[in-house]
Write a protein that binds this ligand. Structure first.
Ligand SMILES: [Zn+2]
Length: 383
């Protein structure tokens, strides 16, 4: 009971950023006495601080509370197709340090990626002057399906990872608690908490990069399915007997709208690791129009499927390629989705660009740790 109240108060205060005891009582439905007791405990534990006062109508000024941002730090990791990025945040999600390592195309062997993550962890802690003991946890956004078992098994079929126990491998190199989820899902949570999904309960966050994925959030909760693979939108079939996809099947959406697929159709072939500037150049090239028209048509069909299947309030385009394509072609993409979705759900949905940029995968990965902290109301126990 007490633990539940603590978690409820902490979560409310986290998203309110600053709040008075009176407002916390109103927002949580907990009695003023309970709020007072729990807040006193949280202040004693160094998690919450008093942060000034505001006038209340006629009455005594109300003391504002907030979570002490330096109570603990969180690390977010984005394991992408072309790079491994790490960011260290305080609890207010202000960036304290970052590190980045390029991955050669096709060179994604688990030992190399794990070495980058552990080296990056040491690097961001040293840069920010933060000790391991002050870190509440490290969250990893990984390409592929991440089974939420203790080992955190990663099945990245297009990445060459076949049941890699990412959690166990990382814990062998650090005492910091490790969390992981699919990169589209971590980006979805970042946009839901801080970006284009704020205030919505039913959201589909799409991630378009080299790979294509989605995070389906229904009633505020990420939909996972039986073994966490839900949202593999990139491998839904858009053309029966169509182009071969990296997953081995034919006609997947990813084989039509993934950055590699677009650049391959456009021709010329990008310089290694520089797909972003190649795609930006393609979007500005009039001769790329037929390829882009096909991409818009396929993306519209894929988005229409999401609208028909999940009836979201918002569909958000994200991922570095999704943002580039969206910034250039959003009105056409919306129109194409409208041609494929049913009228009633299409009238309820807005199709928008992500607000947090491609970096949101690492930010979202760090929110996995914050979510755990808010749930337990305390720093996690170390193994
Ligand atoms: Zn596929």
């Amino acid at each position: 009971m007490r633990r539940g109240n603590r978690a409820l108060l902490l979560r409310t205060l986290y998203f309110e950023q600053e709040s008075s005891r009176q407002d916390l009582s109103r927002l949580t439905g907990l009695s003023p006495a309970t709020v007072s007791n729990v807040v006193a405990d949280l202040i004693t534990d160094g998690i919450v601080i008093e942060a000034g006062a505001v006038d209340s109508d006629g009455g005594r000024p109300r003391t504002l509370l907030r979570i002490r941002e330096s109570y603990g730090y969180v690390v977010g990791v984005d394991v992408g197709e072309t790079r491994v990025r790490l960011e260290l945040f305080d609890l207010a999600m202000a960036e304290q340090a970052k590190a980045e390592y390029a991955l050669e195309p096709g060179a994604h062997e688990p030992p190399a990626v794990i070495e980058h993550i552990l080296a990056g962890l040491g690097s961001v802690l040293a840069d920010a002057g933060v000790d391991e003991s002050q870190v509440l946890g490290m969250g990893v956004g990984a390409p592929g399906i991440v089974e939420q078992c203790p080992e955190l098994l990663v099945h990245g079929q297009t990445f060459g990872w076949d049941g890699v126990p990412l959690g166990d491998r990382l814990r062998a190199g650090t005492s910091i608690p490790v969390f992981a989820d699919n990169g589209a899902k971590t980006m979805g949570q970042a946009e839901l908490w801080f970006g284009a999904g704020q205030g919505a309960r039913h959201v589909v966050m799409t991630l378009i990069g080299t790979g294509v994925g989605a995070s389906v959030i229904t009633d505020g909760v990420t939909y996972r399915g039986a073994s966490s693979s839900a949202g593999e939108w990139g491998h839904t079939t858009i053309a029966v007997n169509g182009r071969v996809c990296r997953c081995g099947a034919r006609g997947c959406l990813e084989a039509y709208i993934g950055a590699g697929a677009l650049l391959g159709r456009y021709g010329g072939g990008p310089a290694a690791g520089d797909e972003e500037s190649a795609l930006a150049a393609m979007l500005g090239d009039p001769t790329a129009r037929p390829v882009l028209d096909e991409a818009v048509a396929c993306l519209g069909a894929g988005l229409g499927d999401l609208v028909n299947l999940f009836n979201p309030e918002r569909v958000i385009l994200g991922g570095w390629a999704g943002l580039l394509i969206g910034r250039a072609l959003l009105p056409e993409i919306r129109a194409a989705a409208g041609r494929n979705a049913l009228t009633q759900p299409m009238a309820q949905v807005s199709i928008e660009l992500g607000r947090l940029g491609p970096e949101a995968v690492a930010l979202g990965a760090a929110t996995l740790v914050v979510e755990d902290f808010l749930l337990r109301g305390d720093a996690p126990h170390r193994s």
